[in-house]
Design a protein around this ligand. Structure first.
Ligand SMILES: *Cc1c(COP(=O)(O)O)cnc(C)c1O
Length: 369
């Protein structure tokens, strides 16, 4: 049993360790800066929320956000970062609406709930071929070794499966442009942008609060489908109007910009990648070592962002939840569709919080093993 004294001590140094899958932890200093901007933006005595999205203050924020995406991912000019609304879920159909003709085929790899939802929506616009799936094994691994056809509109992948805790470690060679849902691992590791035709990510996992979705699109993919696309759902509208065709989500874009700036100032993707690898490695090492815990996904496909695991004796689940909450650990319950536990260790999760979780796991074993 973790002693009361010990949990008190942890509590007094850091109040809460937020392992939630999303909306999720962001850097503390970003919350502080955003809190200030909510009341008085930059000494203007106005909240950023009451300012025109066409005024100089917000235009500068948006420009900086776009530039940070470009810098962090080394984007060539013909890739356009867009800040849209409607969540990643809107991208499930918007990608197909813009890129998949009625008579054409798009290829999908089905690696979990989010992929499955993307597949369902794409079918409204054209032919969908599910190239590979791990559904029969409850999405516990990433399918590999499939051949991507030469013919088709695109290959759709989900880079990190937030719910099941798997992650594509190596993207397949694809003659087709890859459309990738990176909602839960954007900016967590280096990627070669040239492999992708379009990337989308709901902000609320690894880059900001809920309310905006980052889309990065190669302009060469656009304008090729026959159908008429409603203005708001046409990527070209948002490229032309720099994400301000209509009122953009001002505050979520501002906070996302602060998070990207935090990342950039500290050393960018290579800096965070090293930390992310270390955090995930030590957490999985403990899950593997601990006699009362067990990982649920194929070790080679383990997510560096969402570590899923079970308490081997389900009668001890409540006890584990209790020791976690005593140590200030929150948001560690698995997704309602899967059960068990999930520790989301996104970019902003301090390594010291991962250390606290590991310590709690060890205490749990000592006291209940
Ligand atoms: C959370 C999540 C989504 C859904 O995002 P919304 O912004 O809520 O629509 C889609 N894909 C992945 C991988 C996610 O983690």
């Amino acid at each position: 049993m973790i002693s009361t004294d010990c949990s008190k001590q942890i509590k007094s140094t850091i109040m809460k360790h937020n392992f939630s899958a999303g909306p999720s932890i962001l850097p503390k200093e970003v919350f502080q800066q955003a809190g200030q901007a909510a009341v008085d933006y930059n000494g203007t005595e106005l909240s950023l929320m009451e300012m025109s999205h066409r005024g100089p203050e917000f235009v500068a924020i948006l420009d900086k956000a776009v530039q940070l995406v470009r810098d962090l991912l080394s984007l060539p000019d013909y890739y356009h970062p867009l800040f849209l609304t409607g969540g990643a879920s809107t991208q499930f159909f918007m990608t197909a609406m813009n890129l998949l003709d009625e008579s054409d085929t798009a290829h999908y790899v089905d690696t979990g709930s989010w992929s499955s939802k993307a597949i369902k929506e794409a079918k409204l616009f054209g032919n969908v071929n599910v190239l590979a799936s791990s559904k029969e094994d409850n999405f516990s691994y990433i399918p590999k070794g499939y051949q991507v056809p030469e013919e088709g509109a695109y290959l759709h992948l989900t880079s990190n499966n937030t719910i099941f805790g798997t992650q594509i470690q190596e993207f397949p060679d694809s003659p087709l442009p890859i459309v990738c849902d990176m909602s839960s691992d954007i900016f967590s590791r280096p990627v070669d942008i040239h492999q992708f035709g379009l990337i989308y990510a709901g902000a609320q996992k690894n880059m900001g609060p809920a309310g905006t979705t980052l889309v990065i699109v190669n302009e060469e993919l656009l304008g090729k489908v026959q159908r008429t696309i409603p203005t708001m759902l046409d990527y070209r509208t948002h490229i032309k109007k720099n994400s301000s065709f209509n009122t953009p989500p001002v505050f979520p874009i501002y906070i996302s910009m602060l998070v990207m700036d935090w990342l950039h100032q500290n050393g960018g993707i290579s800096w965070i990648y090293e930390i992310n690898e270390r955090k995930a490695q030590k957490l999985y090492d403990e899950i593997d070592r601990n006699g009362l815990l067990k990982g649920v996904t194929a070790p080679e496909d383990r997510s560096r962002m969402n570590a899923t695991f079970n308490v081997t004796d389900s009668a001890l689940e409540d006890a584990f939840s209790k020791v976690c909450s005593e140590a200030g650990i929150v948001g560690i319950k698995g997704h309602r569709s899967v059960g068990g536990f999930r520790a989301s260790i996104y970019n902003a999760m301090p390594e010291s919080s991962v250390d606290v979780l590991i310590e709690v796991m060890q205490h749990f074993e000592q006291n209940y093993g």
